[in-house]
Write a protein that binds this ligand. Sequence first.
Ligand SMILES: Nc1ncnc2c1ncn2[C@@H]1O[C@H](COP(=O)(O)OP(=O)(O)O)[C@@H](O)[C@H]1O
Ligand SMILES: [Mg+2]
Length: 275
Amino acid sequence: MLPVVPAAATPPPPPPRELATLEARGITAWFGDHQVLDRVSLTMPAGVITSLIGPSGCGKSTFLRILNRMHELVPSASLAGEVLLDGDDIYRADRPLTDARKSIGMVFQKPNPFPAMSIYDNVIAGLRLTGISADRDRKDELVQTSLQRAGLWNEVKDRLRSPGGGLSGGQQQRLCIARSLAVMPRVLLMDEPCSALDPTSTRVIEETMLELAHEVTIVIVTHNMQQAQRVSTQCAFFLASQGTPGAIVEYGDTEAMFSEPIDARTFDYVNGRFG
Ligand SMILES: Nc1ncnc2c1ncn2[C@@H]1O[C@H](COP(=O)(O)OP(=O)(O)O)[C@@H](O)[C@H]1O
Ligand SMILES: [Mg+2]
């Protein structure tokens, strides 16, 4: 009998850099004089997926935007606290803003590729914005590895010059993931990345996330409790009760949070009793 030979597969590209831990310490946030977060501290360990869950309006997106310095783009917004990337505060006065955006990428709820721009150009769109220069060969390589890491390469490799807007919703979201990966971030923040997608595309994105978790630290906001359980190792439950600012009620191992939560409010939330 012939020996079973595994099908030839493209070897996975090497991880860009060492995995990084992201740590939020005492994050308080305001829009004008409306306080929306109150002293939120959370360690998002290197190499695992952390999920943020909780009802709408409790400050999950605000917290995520604070993790890569997007919160300060809102004119009325302010914050207190620290965000440490491997122990180094991303808000330190002498650190350029682009540093944080380069190291900590973001993927949004609605896939937002540049629709008229080619798939190829979409992938490298972030390079110029973050001040990275690359020659033609380097760009070709980056486009291929980023699309491979995002789990999209095989579907688009023959039409890299077609517009990004021609892809399906799930493919567009993976294109956005590839665009984030092209600048070699150490952390990837994902704000409800599958809520606009069908179950099959959701599944593909989840598989992509699980692959990427070995090379990038991932933080995902999700309203899908099954998704939190399928993908995340660690989970934090946010709540803003009766007009108070959002805070973390409970966090820890995802399995334990769902099977034996400590706080009654966590129990009610993960069992679909509110939110
Ligand atoms: N740009 C903004 N200007 C003013 N208030 C905002 C802004 N964005 C969010 N908020 C308020 O901050 C609170 C938290 O919102 P958000 O972070 O979007 O919560 P979540 O993502 O958990 O639904 C809400 O009360 C929301 O109305
Ligand atoms: Mg949100």
